[in-house]
Design a protein around this ligand. Structure first.
Ligand code: SF4
Length: 199
């Protein structure tokens, strides 16, 4: 993917009408965070709050995600966070396959720009859209997958944890596994140090 930039990405998403989801939204939600982060998190799509504010993971699920990252000393503003689709599906339904396929153009550009070493897939939609439809979140969460030098970890979407708190135990195991992988790859100290201001 040659000659790409964040400016091109922003304007591409802003002007995008590749699928019907763009009609009726308040804002596109491209994603945000540290564009040089070694860690990227991918969710499903914007919810109501995200649609209103144009920022990913700002609702209750996003607040839980922030606490989950804090629990392993990862400041949220030092990771990059986005969704499979950048427009809110009506009624928060799961995006259709053709909508995910259309929006993959933007996600691929984000991969190419951020070049993360580790990607956390939050929920079934992110897992299937990224690693393939043969995967199931209940079976495959907590397993590591390596693709072309990038490590992927599927885990539950925070909204699933809000609906079913019994899943939090497994989610915590996944966060510990994420912490251990970041340590193993030599990335954790950088992220951790950034959480502590030097002055
Ligand atoms: Fe374009 Fe993605 Fe929005 Fe569909 S969901 S209109 S592909 S930005």
């Amino acid at each position: 993917m040659a000659d790409i930039s964040w400016e091109l990405f922003a304007s591409q998403v802003d002007r995008c009408t590749l699928c019907p989801l763009h009609s009726g939204i308040h804002n596109k939600v491209p994603g945000q965070g540290d564009i040089h982060a070694p860690l990227m998190l991918i969710g499903e799509g914007p919810g109501q709050r995200e649609d209103e504010e144009g920022i990913a993971f700002v609702g209750p699920a996003g607040q839980l995600l922030t606490r989950m990252l804090s629990a392993i000393y990862l400041p949220r503003d030092r990771v990059y966070i986005c969704n499979v689709v950048k427009c809110r599906p009506p009624g928060n339904r799961t995006p259709l396959q053709e909508e995910m396929d259309a929006c993959k153009l933007h996600l691929r550009m984000q991969f190419a720009l951020v070049r993360p070493k580790v990607i956390v897939l939050l929920g079934s939609t992110a897992l299937k859209a990224t690693l393939g439809p043969e995967h199931y979140i209940t079976r495959d969460r907590g397993k590591w997958y390596e693709r072309k030098g990038t490590w992927f970890l599927p885990t539950y979407h925070p909204s699933a944890l809000l609906h079913d708190p019994a899943k939090k135990k497994e989610a915590w195991l996944d966060m510990q596994s994420l912490r251990d992988r970041l340590i193993e790859l030599g990335l954790y100290p950088d992220l951790y140090n950034l959480s502590e201001p030097s002055s």
